[in-house]
Design a protein around this ligand. Structure first.
Ligand SMILES: NC(=O)c1ccc[n+]([C@@H]2O[C@H](COP(=O)([O-])OP(=O)(O)OC[C@H]3O[C@@H](n4cnc5c(N)ncnc54)[C@H](OP(=O)(O)O)[C@@H]3O)[C@@H](O)[C@H]2O)c1
Length: 340
Protein backbone atom coordinates (compact mmCIF):
# COMPACT_ATOMS: atom_id res chain seq x y z
CA UNK A 1 0.00 0.00 0.00
CA UNK A 2 1.20 3.51 -0.80
CA UNK A 3 0.88 6.75 1.20
CA UNK A 4 1.55 10.42 0.50
CA UNK A 5 3.81 12.74 2.44
CA UNK A 6 5.66 16.01 1.87
CA UNK A 7 9.42 15.67 1.38
CA UNK A 8 12.01 18.48 1.50
CA UNK A 9 14.90 17.33 -0.73
CA UNK A 10 16.94 20.54 -0.27
CA UNK A 11 16.83 23.57 2.03
CA UNK A 12 15.25 26.71 0.57
CA UNK A 13 11.88 28.20 -0.37
CA UNK A 14 8.36 26.73 -0.23
CA UNK A 15 8.82 25.23 -3.72
CA UNK A 16 10.92 22.56 -1.99
CA UNK A 17 7.86 21.09 -0.25
CA UNK A 18 7.21 18.18 -2.61
CA UNK A 19 4.21 15.86 -2.38
CA UNK A 20 5.69 12.38 -2.70
CA UNK A 21 4.24 8.85 -2.83
CA UNK A 22 6.06 6.05 -0.98
CA UNK A 23 5.49 2.56 0.39
CA UNK A 24 3.49 2.72 3.65
CA UNK A 25 5.94 1.92 6.50
CA UNK A 26 5.20 -0.78 9.10
CA UNK A 27 5.54 -0.13 12.85
CA UNK A 28 8.31 -2.09 14.59
CA UNK A 29 8.29 -3.28 18.22
CA UNK A 30 7.11 -0.53 20.64
CA UNK A 31 6.01 1.66 17.71
CA UNK A 32 2.59 2.80 16.55
CA UNK A 33 1.46 3.82 13.08
CA UNK A 34 -0.77 6.89 13.31
CA UNK A 35 -3.10 8.04 10.54
CA UNK A 36 -2.51 11.80 10.64
CA UNK A 37 -5.72 13.81 10.58
CA UNK A 38 -4.32 17.28 11.33
CA UNK A 39 -0.75 18.63 11.18
CA UNK A 40 0.16 22.08 12.45
CA UNK A 41 2.06 24.53 10.24
CA UNK A 42 4.50 26.55 12.33
CA UNK A 43 7.22 29.15 12.11
CA UNK A 44 9.62 26.38 13.22
CA UNK A 45 8.65 24.38 10.08
CA UNK A 46 9.69 27.38 7.96
CA UNK A 47 13.04 27.66 9.76
CA UNK A 48 13.61 23.91 9.25
CA UNK A 49 12.70 24.18 5.56
CA UNK A 50 15.34 26.90 5.24
CA UNK A 51 17.85 24.79 7.21
CA UNK A 52 18.41 27.44 9.91
CA UNK A 53 16.68 25.80 12.90
CA UNK A 54 18.86 24.06 15.54
CA UNK A 55 17.00 20.82 14.64
CA UNK A 56 18.28 21.18 11.04
CA UNK A 57 21.47 19.55 12.34
CA UNK A 58 19.56 16.79 14.08
CA UNK A 59 16.13 15.45 13.01
CA UNK A 60 15.71 17.90 10.14
CA UNK A 61 18.58 16.75 7.94
CA UNK A 62 17.64 16.55 4.25
CA UNK A 63 15.75 14.81 2.84
CA UNK A 64 13.05 14.94 5.52
CA UNK A 65 9.30 15.28 5.98
CA UNK A 66 8.47 18.43 7.98
CA UNK A 67 5.74 18.74 10.61
CA UNK A 68 6.27 19.40 14.32
CA UNK A 69 2.79 18.75 15.71
CA UNK A 70 0.12 16.20 14.85
CA UNK A 71 -3.25 14.81 15.86
CA UNK A 72 -4.43 11.51 14.42
CA UNK A 73 -5.87 8.11 15.01
CA UNK A 74 -4.00 4.93 15.99
CA UNK A 75 -3.89 2.85 12.81
CA UNK A 76 -1.59 -0.11 13.51
CA UNK A 77 0.31 -1.38 16.54
CA UNK A 78 3.85 -2.78 16.50
CA UNK A 79 4.83 -5.78 18.65
CA UNK A 80 4.80 -5.28 22.44
CA UNK A 81 2.47 -2.24 22.29
CA UNK A 82 -0.23 -2.73 24.92
CA UNK A 83 -1.02 0.87 25.94
CA UNK A 84 -2.96 1.75 22.77
CA UNK A 85 -5.79 0.39 20.64
CA UNK A 86 -6.50 1.04 16.99
CA UNK A 87 -9.04 3.81 16.52
CA UNK A 88 -7.87 5.87 19.54
CA UNK A 89 -7.32 9.62 18.97
CA UNK A 90 -3.82 10.76 19.87
CA UNK A 91 -1.55 13.82 19.72
CA UNK A 92 2.24 14.05 19.47
CA UNK A 93 5.16 16.42 18.85
CA UNK A 94 7.38 14.43 16.46
CA UNK A 95 9.30 17.60 15.29
CA UNK A 96 9.54 16.02 11.82
CA UNK A 97 7.20 13.78 9.83
CA UNK A 98 3.83 15.44 10.51
CA UNK A 99 3.06 16.53 6.92
CA UNK A 100 1.99 13.02 5.95
CA UNK A 101 -0.98 10.71 5.67
CA UNK A 102 0.72 8.34 8.14
CA UNK A 103 3.54 8.61 10.67
CA UNK A 104 5.35 5.97 12.74
CA UNK A 105 5.97 7.00 16.36
CA UNK A 106 7.35 5.36 19.52
CA UNK A 107 4.28 4.39 21.56
CA UNK A 108 5.40 6.44 24.59
CA UNK A 109 5.38 9.63 22.47
CA UNK A 110 1.58 9.57 22.17
CA UNK A 111 -0.87 11.51 24.34
CA UNK A 112 -4.60 10.60 24.34
CA UNK A 113 -7.01 13.17 22.88
CA UNK A 114 -10.44 13.19 24.59
CA UNK A 115 -13.36 12.45 22.26
CA UNK A 116 -15.40 15.27 20.78
CA UNK A 117 -12.62 17.82 20.35
CA UNK A 118 -12.03 19.75 17.12
CA UNK A 119 -8.92 18.37 15.36
CA UNK A 120 -7.45 21.72 14.34
CA UNK A 121 -8.01 23.23 17.79
CA UNK A 122 -6.44 20.15 19.43
CA UNK A 123 -3.33 20.27 17.24
CA UNK A 124 -2.87 23.98 18.09
CA UNK A 125 -2.15 22.95 21.67
CA UNK A 126 0.74 20.62 20.91
CA UNK A 127 3.35 23.24 19.99
CA UNK A 128 1.99 26.73 20.69
CA UNK A 129 0.08 26.13 23.93
CA UNK A 130 2.68 23.77 25.43
CA UNK A 131 5.31 26.44 24.70
CA UNK A 132 3.17 29.13 26.35
CA UNK A 133 2.17 26.96 29.32
CA UNK A 134 5.69 25.75 30.08
CA UNK A 135 7.19 29.25 29.74
CA UNK A 136 4.56 30.65 32.14
CA UNK A 137 4.59 27.87 34.73
CA UNK A 138 7.74 25.76 34.31
CA UNK A 139 10.23 28.58 33.51
CA UNK A 140 8.96 31.95 34.75
CA UNK A 141 6.86 30.52 37.63
CA UNK A 142 4.28 33.28 37.19
CA UNK A 143 2.41 34.33 40.30
CA UNK A 144 -1.11 35.68 40.67
CA UNK A 145 -1.23 39.43 40.05
CA UNK A 146 2.09 39.69 38.17
CA UNK A 147 2.46 41.56 34.87
CA UNK A 148 3.94 40.40 31.58
CA UNK A 149 5.05 41.74 28.21
CA UNK A 150 4.96 39.56 25.11
CA UNK A 151 7.65 41.19 22.98
CA UNK A 152 6.98 40.13 19.35
CA UNK A 153 3.94 38.44 17.88
CA UNK A 154 1.44 38.91 20.73
CA UNK A 155 -1.32 38.23 18.17
CA UNK A 156 0.51 35.15 16.82
CA UNK A 157 0.28 31.46 17.72
CA UNK A 158 2.39 31.47 20.89
CA UNK A 159 1.36 35.06 21.77
CA UNK A 160 -2.39 34.33 21.82
CA UNK A 161 -1.75 31.14 23.84
CA UNK A 162 0.25 33.20 26.37
CA UNK A 163 -2.62 35.70 26.63
CA UNK A 164 -5.30 33.02 27.15
CA UNK A 165 -3.27 31.01 29.66
CA UNK A 166 -2.01 34.19 31.37
CA UNK A 167 -5.59 35.33 31.94
CA UNK A 168 -6.47 31.91 33.40
CA UNK A 169 -3.45 32.22 35.72
CA UNK A 170 -4.79 35.54 37.06
CA UNK A 171 -2.13 37.87 35.67
CA UNK A 172 -2.77 41.54 36.40
CA UNK A 173 -1.56 43.24 33.23
CA UNK A 174 -0.56 41.62 29.93
CA UNK A 175 1.14 43.90 27.39
CA UNK A 176 1.90 42.66 23.90
CA UNK A 177 3.63 44.11 20.84
CA UNK A 178 1.86 43.58 17.54
CA UNK A 179 1.17 45.19 14.18
CA UNK A 180 -1.68 47.72 14.38
CA UNK A 181 -4.07 45.67 12.23
CA UNK A 182 -4.02 42.84 14.81
CA UNK A 183 -4.64 45.04 17.90
CA UNK A 184 -8.16 43.63 18.21
CA UNK A 185 -6.85 40.06 18.66
CA UNK A 186 -4.69 41.15 21.62
CA UNK A 187 -7.34 43.31 23.30
CA UNK A 188 -10.09 40.69 22.81
CA UNK A 189 -7.92 38.29 24.83
CA UNK A 190 -7.49 40.79 27.67
CA UNK A 191 -4.10 42.13 26.55
CA UNK A 192 -2.92 45.72 26.03
CA UNK A 193 -1.57 46.04 22.47
CA UNK A 194 1.57 48.09 21.79
CA UNK A 195 2.36 49.14 18.23
CA UNK A 196 6.11 48.42 18.26
CA UNK A 197 6.56 50.10 14.86
CA UNK A 198 5.57 53.57 16.06
CA UNK A 199 6.76 53.84 19.69
CA UNK A 200 9.96 53.38 21.68
CA UNK A 201 9.17 50.16 23.54
CA UNK A 202 11.10 50.91 26.74
CA UNK A 203 9.62 54.42 27.06
CA UNK A 204 6.14 53.11 26.32
CA UNK A 205 6.35 50.38 29.00
CA UNK A 206 7.66 52.94 31.52
CA UNK A 207 4.76 55.25 30.61
CA UNK A 208 2.14 52.47 30.82
CA UNK A 209 3.44 50.90 34.04
CA UNK A 210 3.81 54.31 35.75
CA UNK A 211 0.03 54.54 35.45
CA UNK A 212 -0.28 51.27 37.41
CA UNK A 213 0.39 53.47 40.44
CA UNK A 214 2.64 51.19 42.55
CA UNK A 215 5.77 53.25 41.90
CA UNK A 216 7.43 50.18 40.39
CA UNK A 217 8.05 50.71 36.67
CA UNK A 218 8.54 47.77 34.30
CA UNK A 219 7.00 44.31 34.16
CA UNK A 220 7.59 41.08 36.08
CA UNK A 221 8.18 38.86 33.08
CA UNK A 222 9.02 39.45 29.40
CA UNK A 223 8.50 36.68 26.83
CA UNK A 224 10.72 37.60 23.88
CA UNK A 225 9.73 36.02 20.56
CA UNK A 226 12.19 38.08 18.46
CA UNK A 227 15.65 37.29 19.86
CA UNK A 228 18.98 38.95 18.96
CA UNK A 229 19.23 42.63 19.85
CA UNK A 230 15.65 42.70 21.10
CA UNK A 231 16.71 40.75 24.21
CA UNK A 232 18.60 43.77 25.56
CA UNK A 233 15.51 46.01 25.59
CA UNK A 234 13.36 43.14 26.87
CA UNK A 235 15.77 42.81 29.82
CA UNK A 236 15.76 46.57 30.52
CA UNK A 237 11.95 46.55 30.78
CA UNK A 238 12.09 44.11 33.75
CA UNK A 239 11.54 45.35 37.26
CA UNK A 240 13.62 43.97 40.17
CA UNK A 241 12.97 40.24 40.55
CA UNK A 242 11.86 40.09 36.91
CA UNK A 243 12.45 37.21 34.49
CA UNK A 244 13.19 37.34 30.76
CA UNK A 245 12.26 34.20 28.79
CA UNK A 246 13.64 34.13 25.23
CA UNK A 247 11.92 31.71 22.88
CA UNK A 248 11.74 32.91 19.29
CA UNK A 249 13.12 34.55 16.20
CA UNK A 250 15.70 33.41 13.70
CA UNK A 251 18.80 32.07 15.51
CA UNK A 252 21.36 34.88 15.64
CA UNK A 253 24.82 34.48 14.12
CA UNK A 254 26.14 37.76 15.54
CA UNK A 255 28.80 36.97 18.23
CA UNK A 256 27.88 40.25 20.00
CA UNK A 257 24.33 38.94 20.56
CA UNK A 258 25.66 35.70 22.05
CA UNK A 259 28.06 37.60 24.32
CA UNK A 260 25.20 39.83 25.47
CA UNK A 261 23.05 36.75 26.25
CA UNK A 262 25.83 35.07 28.23
CA UNK A 263 26.51 38.21 30.27
CA UNK A 264 22.89 39.07 31.17
CA UNK A 265 22.83 36.67 34.12
CA UNK A 266 26.24 37.84 35.36
CA UNK A 267 24.78 41.23 36.36
CA UNK A 268 23.86 40.99 40.08
CA UNK A 269 20.58 42.92 39.77
CA UNK A 270 17.98 40.32 40.83
CA UNK A 271 16.78 39.89 37.26
CA UNK A 272 17.01 36.58 35.44
CA UNK A 273 17.43 35.54 31.83
CA UNK A 274 16.45 32.10 30.49
CA UNK A 275 16.17 30.44 27.10
CA UNK A 276 13.17 28.19 26.43
CA UNK A 277 13.23 25.37 23.89
CA UNK A 278 10.26 23.00 23.74
CA UNK A 279 12.30 20.16 22.23
CA UNK A 280 15.10 20.46 24.81
CA UNK A 281 12.68 20.51 27.75
CA UNK A 282 10.72 17.59 26.26
CA UNK A 283 13.91 15.54 25.94
CA UNK A 284 14.95 16.39 29.51
CA UNK A 285 11.48 16.10 31.06
CA UNK A 286 9.22 13.95 28.86
CA UNK A 287 6.76 13.54 31.75
CA UNK A 288 6.19 17.29 31.90
CA UNK A 289 5.30 17.38 28.20
CA UNK A 290 2.83 14.52 28.65
CA UNK A 291 1.32 16.01 31.83
CA UNK A 292 1.03 19.50 30.38
CA UNK A 293 -0.61 18.34 27.13
CA UNK A 294 -3.17 16.26 29.05
CA UNK A 295 -3.94 19.35 31.17
CA UNK A 296 -4.27 21.62 28.10
CA UNK A 297 -6.53 19.14 26.26
CA UNK A 298 -8.71 19.09 29.37
CA UNK A 299 -8.86 22.91 29.43
CA UNK A 300 -9.93 22.78 25.77
CA UNK A 301 -12.60 20.19 26.58
CA UNK A 302 -13.91 22.47 29.35
CA UNK A 303 -14.01 25.43 26.94
CA UNK A 304 -11.51 27.41 29.05
CA UNK A 305 -9.14 27.98 26.13
CA UNK A 306 -10.06 28.72 22.52
CA UNK A 307 -7.24 28.30 20.00
CA UNK A 308 -7.68 30.55 16.96
CA UNK A 309 -7.61 28.53 13.74
CA UNK A 310 -6.91 30.67 10.67
CA UNK A 311 -7.07 28.07 7.89
CA UNK A 312 -7.53 24.35 7.25
CA UNK A 313 -5.75 23.35 4.06
CA UNK A 314 -5.23 19.99 2.31
CA UNK A 315 -1.82 18.29 2.56
CA UNK A 316 -1.03 19.04 -1.10
CA UNK A 317 -1.20 22.79 -0.30
CA UNK A 318 1.72 22.70 2.16
CA UNK A 319 3.71 25.20 0.04
CA UNK A 320 0.80 27.68 -0.04
CA UNK A 321 0.41 27.20 3.73
CA UNK A 322 4.08 28.18 4.23
CA UNK A 323 3.66 31.23 1.99
CA UNK A 324 0.57 32.30 3.92
CA UNK A 325 2.31 31.93 7.30
CA UNK A 326 5.41 33.79 6.08
CA UNK A 327 3.26 36.69 4.79
CA UNK A 328 2.55 37.71 8.42
CA UNK A 329 -1.08 38.40 7.50
CA UNK A 330 -2.45 35.22 9.03
CA UNK A 331 -4.67 35.48 12.11
CA UNK A 332 -4.33 32.15 13.96
CA UNK A 333 -3.01 28.62 13.41
CA UNK A 334 -2.75 27.09 9.93
CA UNK A 335 -3.56 23.39 9.94
CA UNK A 336 -3.03 20.81 7.19
CA UNK A 337 -5.83 18.27 6.93
CA UNK A 338 -3.90 15.16 5.92
CA UNK A 339 -6.74 12.64 5.42
CA UNK A 340 -10.41 13.13 4.58
N1 LIG B 1 11.50 28.10 21.77
C1 LIG B 1 10.54 27.26 21.46
O1 LIG B 1 10.49 26.14 21.93
C2 LIG B 1 9.49 27.71 20.49
C3 LIG B 1 8.26 27.04 20.39
C4 LIG B 1 7.29 27.53 19.50
C5 LIG B 1 7.58 28.65 18.74
N2 LIG B 1 8.80 29.24 18.84
C6 LIG B 1 9.14 30.45 18.07
O2 LIG B 1 8.30 31.48 18.51
C7 LIG B 1 8.17 32.47 17.49
C8 LIG B 1 6.71 32.81 17.30
O3 LIG B 1 6.03 31.65 16.86
P1 LIG B 1 4.50 31.75 16.46
O4 LIG B 1 4.05 30.41 16.06
O5 LIG B 1 3.76 32.46 17.53
O6 LIG B 1 4.61 32.67 15.18
P2 LIG B 1 3.47 33.49 14.41
O7 LIG B 1 2.12 33.09 14.83
O8 LIG B 1 3.82 33.38 12.97
O9 LIG B 1 3.71 34.99 14.90
C9 LIG B 1 4.90 35.64 14.60
C10 LIG B 1 4.60 37.15 14.62
O10 LIG B 1 5.67 37.79 15.24
C11 LIG B 1 5.73 39.13 14.78
N3 LIG B 1 7.10 39.42 14.40
C12 LIG B 1 7.87 38.74 13.52
N4 LIG B 1 9.08 39.31 13.43
C13 LIG B 1 9.08 40.34 14.30
C14 LIG B 1 10.04 41.31 14.66
N5 LIG B 1 11.27 41.32 14.13
N6 LIG B 1 9.70 42.24 15.58
C15 LIG B 1 8.49 42.22 16.15
N7 LIG B 1 7.53 41.32 15.85
C16 LIG B 1 7.83 40.41 14.92
C17 LIG B 1 4.75 39.25 13.62
O11 LIG B 1 3.54 39.76 14.17
P3 LIG B 1 3.01 41.26 13.90
O12 LIG B 1 2.58 41.28 12.46
O13 LIG B 1 1.89 41.44 14.84
O14 LIG B 1 4.16 42.15 14.16
C18 LIG B 1 4.51 37.79 13.26
O15 LIG B 1 3.27 37.59 12.66
C19 LIG B 1 8.83 31.86 16.25
O16 LIG B 1 10.12 32.41 16.14
C20 LIG B 1 8.90 30.37 16.58
O17 LIG B 1 9.94 29.70 15.92
C21 LIG B 1 9.74 28.80 19.71
Amino acid sequence: MKYEHIVIPKFGGPENLLLTEDELPQPRANEVRVKVLAAGVSFADILMRKGVHPESWNLGRIPFTPGWDVVGVVDKLGDKVTAWQTGQMVAALPIVGGYAEYIILPSDELVPVPPGLDLAESVSLVLNYITAYQMLHRCAHLKLGESILINGGAAGGVGTALLQLGKLAGLKKMYGTTSNDKNDIVSNLGGIPIDYKSVDLIQEIIRLTSRDGNGNQGVDVVFDGIGGKSLKSSYEILRSGGRLVAYGGTPTSDPEDWLMMFTLNLVPDKRNFMLYSIQTLKRLKPDWFHEDLVLLLDLLKQGKINPIVAARMPLNQAAQAHELLASGSVRGKIVLICND
